[in-house]
Every structure is written in C-alpha cells, then in structure tokens.
Design a protein around this ligand. Structure first.
Ligand code: FAE
Length: 547
C-alpha cells in the first residue's frame, strides 16, 4: 500500500480524544467512549464460489494455516482445489476506506455475530469497557464454552488475520513433548525452515529495538526480566519490520503504531492473505468460497464424500445450501472447528467409523494473562507497537514463557503486560450434546491454576525484585489473572491417535486433518509456525502417496 493511498487511516487520522479514551493491545482492547458506527464492508465483487452439485477432487474446510498449506501444495502438484471458509473475504474496504477496524474503536467488523464486544482486557481501572456493536460476521470470534472463551479468527486467512504474528519455532529440546510421534530431525532440517520461509518470518533489528520509542515497554520488560535472572529472548514475527521503521519515521501509513491488532492490521502484517494465499491465487487452480460453512461430510454412494455447505450472509443467516461431492476432504477448520465437526459427525452417524480419539486431547496452550504496575521512574511509553517482539523464557525451570505484550493506549500507563504460555497439563474433551444440538467442551476454569502458578514463577520474582505489584483492575474488579480465555486452542483430533502419523483420519480413506487439531494441547511457544510446519510435512507425504 503506497503512501498516496493514505487517507487519514494512520494515527494521524485517529483523534487524540479517541486515543486517550481507548487502549488496545494483543492482550486486550479497550474502547471507553469511541462511537460505534457501522462500517459495513462494501459488497465484494461476485467472485466465483463453489457450485451446488459440483464434483471436485479436493475440498479444504477452512483457510487458516493448515488449510492454506494443503491448498497451495496440492495446487502446485496440479490438483484443483476448493477452499470453503465460513468467514468473510476481508478484501474490500468499508465505508471508512479501511478493510479492518481499529482496536481502539471496535465496530461491526470486530466480532463474529455478537451484539457486544468481548474484549480480552475487559476493564480499565475496574470499569467494564465492553460496548454494543451491530451483529455481523466480524473477524474475531470469542467462542464461549463452559469455563473458557476461545478466541479465533474468522475469514479468508483464519487466525492470521487477527493474531500478533509472533512466529516462534519451539526449542528443539521441547519438541519431543509437543509431537512425540514426529521425527524432529525432519522438522528442524526441512519443515520448520519451509514454514518460516513461506510465512515470511523475520526478527526485529536489535539496534533499532534499543532506540525506538515504540518498544520502550519491551525494553522495560527486558530490563526487569534480566534483573531477576530470567533470559529475555527476541521473538520473530511476520510483521514487515522495515515497514514498521517507516511507520516510526512517519513515512508510511501507521498500522502497528496506530494500535491495529485483534481486529486485523491494514498495512504491515503479513497475514496469510499476503503469503500462502497470494501464492494459492497465483496457481489459478484454487477456488475460495468465503461465507460458506461446512455442516456435514458423509460417504457418497458412488465414492468420495458428500459435503453439505451453508452459504451465509453477514447476519449469519443461511441464504443457500449447497451439496457437493469431493474425492478427498481436508479438515482445516482450526482446532475447535475441526473437533466440533468431527465430534458431531461421529455422534450423529454421518461418519460412525471415526475412532474414539475424536474430540480428545484438547488444550489451551497454557494461556494466562496478567499486568504489573511499575514505578513512576519506569515509564513504558505512550507510543507502543502492537506487535510483541520479545519474551521471558522460564520454561525449563518454571514451565512458563511470557510474551512481553503492549498496551498501546496513547498515554503513559506505567503498566507492563504479559501473555504467558505455560506447561498446563490439563486436557479437555469435546462431546455431542444431542438435547441442545451442539458440541460441548468440558474445560473447567479451575484447570488454569497450574498456569497461574507457573506464570507466578516469573512475575512474583520480578515484583519482589522491583518492589512492584500486580494490576488488579484489568480483568474485572480486583482480579489479577485472566484465566478464562485462550488464543491458542490445540488438539481434539490428535496426530497418531485420531489420525495416522500424517493426519489421515482412521476409519475413512480420503479424509484428513491438517490444522491445530492435530497438536495435543501445547506447543511451549506460540503455535502457528508448528501448525504450518506440521502441515508442510503431512501434505508432502499425502501428495507423494495418496494422489
Ligand atoms: P485457523 O487459523 O483458526 O483457521 C481455521 C479457519 O476455518 C477459520 O478461518 C474458520 O473461520 C474456518 N472454519 C471453521 N469452521 C468452519 C466450517 N464449519 N466451515 C468453513 N470454515 C470453517 O486454524 N499464534 C501464534 O503463533 N502467534 C501469535 O502471535 C498468535 N496470536 C494470536 C492472537 C489472537 C488474538 C488469536 C485469536 C490467536 C493467536 N494465535 C497466535 C493463534 C493462531 O492464530 C492459531 O493457532 C492459528 O490460526 C490456528 O491455525 P489453524 O490452521 O489450526
């Protein structure tokens, strides 16, 4: 996007009042008084979508990391592919000229079919800050299960649209516990490098980090971690770091420096739309059908699978139902989406031969959030980049890896924020609730206690060393820990259990799982590089042997 297309979308265009009133971060988003004005995305030009009655070689359910890897490699191997995505295309600006809304001013584009925002950081000085929004097929789904809210991206690009872009390869010594049946040499020699290249992963220039205003909060995080004896590590990201330098220099429209995160980045972040999906489109062999939701997959009488798809409008209502036949179906609807579909299809008799591992082994990657109040002589900066670039590693000793996360309010808050990934051992199961006609997950909020204990191995020590305290006003009234959510759902159709060692579902030839559902609950770091690398490994084998 060139500067000539700037129309006040950068921070210049965000009023000072709105900045002061609101605050947003990868941890949470706050909009205290910004007005909600519906900014409906203009109707996209009618791109071709999948035809009712079609017979297709391969259908991929979902357009996140797993689905994008599968579709690209299959298309490059000469196969024509249909990708089906329940969320929107996110390729057309709304009435404000922007595709995505700002974290400080969530509008209808922000949440998936909600009438009120559900911001991860729900309070400020103890005051609730969620607000009414028009119901719309927005970009971030805060899906409530008993005991946990699971945040997920909705749209062409899946979680890559909403996430912080932190692109972390786990330490090799931890890999055996993450995916025990997978050859680590192959992953670290071939598939992790392939995934990192495909995703466009890069690391911040350390010299720039040391001087730029927008990472003062992270430098405070580093200094305090190191003073307590913890290693601070730079974390790679898919954000375009050169673009961020231009944002800081005032020569490019601001995105990370304008508080954009959670509801999409308009400029600098390399979501899948700019990487794998751009390559997919260039093959000319893939059709992507947004606003299409798969509801059933069952063996077809003449071979292959009958797939039922609801086409939906921006209110989430079904406007048409399509039935197609696919020789092969890849489940890439994300850990929750794939697990919910498979659990329902097994229980309702559509795919009765799936094995008893379906729905099991689901974990939250040990996510837990907290904030700390710093002294007045430790300011974290009024300008904060929304893209985290470093973390505190206490995995080996304490079972916690903590992202030093931003709180880009536009004002000095003297606060430090963290999303910790912890070695939480608890695993939940999806089951079909026939009476309610839905899939339930039996996670309990109390199961986060091990995560809190592990995160405290870092932050109790830092607080003691610095003479500081936890913030208690951000997740409710007098609540230190946000222990009711995850950004990192993993598992539910675990590799080498529900599937063989390459994602082929047991019980049905031609059905595959190729997303975060394969990973048994924890990756020790942020998950999408591992999801991408595993998908690269599995699709290579599947193309070589099954097609
Ligand atoms: P995913 O990307 O969720 O894609 C699944 C797609 O399937 C979605 O687009 C769905 O809309 C679609 N879908 C679901 N059901 C259906 C259906 N029935 N029919 C049609 N389509 C369907 O799956 N991870 C990191 O590594 N680093 C980060 O910095 C990071 N930050 C995050 C921040 C936030 C706020 C959130 C929510 C997540 C974050 N994550 C991060 C997690 C990461 O985005 C997630 O692990 C991956 O997106 C999961 O990839 P999958 O391919 O499994």
């Amino acid at each position: 996007m060139s500067d000539s297309t700037m129309n006040g979308n950068g921070s210049e265009g965000v009023s000072r009042r709105r900045f002061i009133a609101g605050t947003g971060s990868i941890l949470g988003a706050v909009a205290l008084s910004a007005q909600v004005t519906p900014a409906r995305a203009a109707a996209a030009p009618a791109a071709a979508t999948i035809d009712n009655g079609a017979r297709v070689p391969v259908l991929v359910i979902g357009t996140g990391y797993g689905g994008s890897v599968a579709a690209l490699r299959l298309a490059q191997a000469g196969v024509s592919v249909q990708m089906v995505e329940m969320g929107m295309a996110w390729d057309t600006p709304g009435s404000d000229g922007k595709i995505f809304c700002n974290t400080t001013a969530p509008d209808n584009r922000s949440y998936w079919l909600r009438t009120k925002t559900k911001q991860p950081l729900s309070n400020f000085f103890g005051i609730p800050i969620d607000k009414s929004i028009p119901r719309y097929t927005g970009i971030l789904d805060a899906e409530d299960f008993s005991g946990i809210t699971v945040y997920q991206g909705r749209g062409v690009g899946g979680g890559s649209l909403v996430n912080g872009g932190m692109a972390v390869t786990p330490k090799r010594e931890n890999f055996g516990a993450i995916l025990p049946s997978v050859n680590a040499d192959e992953m670290y020699n071939t598939y992790y490098p392939r995934a990192n290249a495909g995703l466009g992963v890069g690391t911040i220039d350390p010299a720039w980090f040391d001087t730029t205003d927008c990472y003062q909060y992270a430098r405070v995080g580093r200094k305090q971690a190191q003073r307590s004896g913890f290693p601070f590590v730079f974390v790679p990201d898919v954000y375009d770091w050169d673009y961020m330098k231009q944002e800081a220099a005032g020569t490019a429209t601001k995105s990370a420096l304008a508080g954009e995160i959670l509801y999409g980045n308009n400029y600098g972040k390399k979501s899948l739309q700019k990487t794998y999906i751009a390559q997919i489109k260039a093959t000319g062999r893939v059709t992507i059908s947004p606003q299409h939701k798969v509801t059933s997959v069952t063996p077809a009488s003449g071979g292959g699978y009958t797939v039922v798809i609801d086409q939906i409008n921006t209110s989430g209502d079904t406007t048409a139902t399509k039935t197609v036949t696919a020789d092969k179906v890849f489940f890439a609807a994300g850990s929750v989406g794939t697990s919910k579909l498979l659990t329902k299809l097994k229980a309702t008799g559509a795919l009765p031969n799936l094995n008893s591992e379906i729905g099991k082994g689901w974990g939250d990657n040990g996510n837990v959030m907290c904030g700390r109040a710093n002294h007045i002589w430790d300011p974290t900066g009024a300008l904060q980049a929304t893209i985290p670039c470093g973390g505190i590693d206490n995995w080996a000793a304490g079972g916690a890896f903590a992202e030093v996360a931003p709180l880009p309010t536009g004002i000095e808050t003297f606060a430090s924020f963290y999303l910790s990934i912890t070695k939480n051992p608890n695993r939940a199961t999806f089951t079909w609730n026939a009476a309610a006609g839905r899939v339930d997950l039996n996670w309990q909020t109390a199961w986060k206690q091990p995560s809190i204990d592990m995160a405290k191995t870092i932050f109790d020590k830092i607080n003691a060393k610095e003479g500081t305290i936890y913030r208690t006003d951000l997740f409710g009234v007098y609540k230190v820990w946000n222990d009711t959510l995850t950004y990192h759902p993993l598992g539910g159709a675990v590799l080498n259990k529900a599937t063989d060692n390459y994602g082929r579902l047991h019980g049905y030839s031609g059905l595959y799982v190729i997303d975060g559902a394969l990973i048994p609950g924890n990756t020790s770091v942020n998950p999408f590089v591992t999801i991408t690398a595993l998908a690269e490994r599995n699709i290579e084998k599947i193309i070589a042997t099954d097609l």
